[in-house]
Design a protein. Sequence first.
Length: 290
Amino acid sequence: MHSHHNGLKTAALLGLLTAIILAVGYWLGGSAGLVFAVIISLGMNAFSYFYSDKLALRAMRARPVSEAEFPALHQMVRELSQTAGQPMPRLYVSPAMQPNAFATGRNPQHAAVAVTVGITQLLDRRELRAVIGHELSHVYNRDILISSVAAALAGIITAFAQLAIFLPLGGGSDDDDSPNPAALLLMLILGPLAATIIQLAISRNREFQADASGAELTRDPLALASALEKIQYGAQRLPLPADGQLTSAAHLMIANPFRSGGISALFSTHPPMEQRIARLRAQAGAIQVR
């Protein structure tokens, strides 16, 4: 039920983003500049989609590791990949002491899973296995594709707003057909804001989905709940600097790597950890009932 609900919610949010694009396009008219904005936005996000693994791994200074270096990690990933009937992803380790992990890659054939040194030292084997299950689920659920589509749509809306300053409005010479300046200004401010909020909502929804799918894969929701509690504490105690390439890779991680709280929580790429843990505990109860 959770998986079905999350899928419908993601589809609805993507549809809402598309509707905003159509509304903004209607107000601004059919200028060639808007077509140019769409092409540029799609091109930028296509690059991000195909090279997201390299960008994220570079941001976290992650390096590939052999089975001789991390035998237990390789065994976990191999076992879970075989259980899912999917190819084994490449494995990386980041030197960061903050406990965190992420998966990236546009499909299972081009996937990479990375963990920090901090998370390997903080979690026990069962908890780390649960985290790996969560990260593999991001790949199997095609979340890189979904987030890339959401980013592309949100980028188009933002590009519309930026180009509207330089483009003729309304698409016609009749003053009655021109958009109201006050309404247009309000739309150009609220449009990008709404697109950002919807994009963040999609990211948070995919985290819930990966929690549920990962717990199904490992058959151990309580281990993931326990891991998230430890990761939350460790990430807040050792926050990463919110600058450079890290900001663009933050949504991939299992927990927000930056210091959170206050109004910044409204623009977080991750849902509240308390809600995630509560859902996992409810899922564990449902599994026991079966």
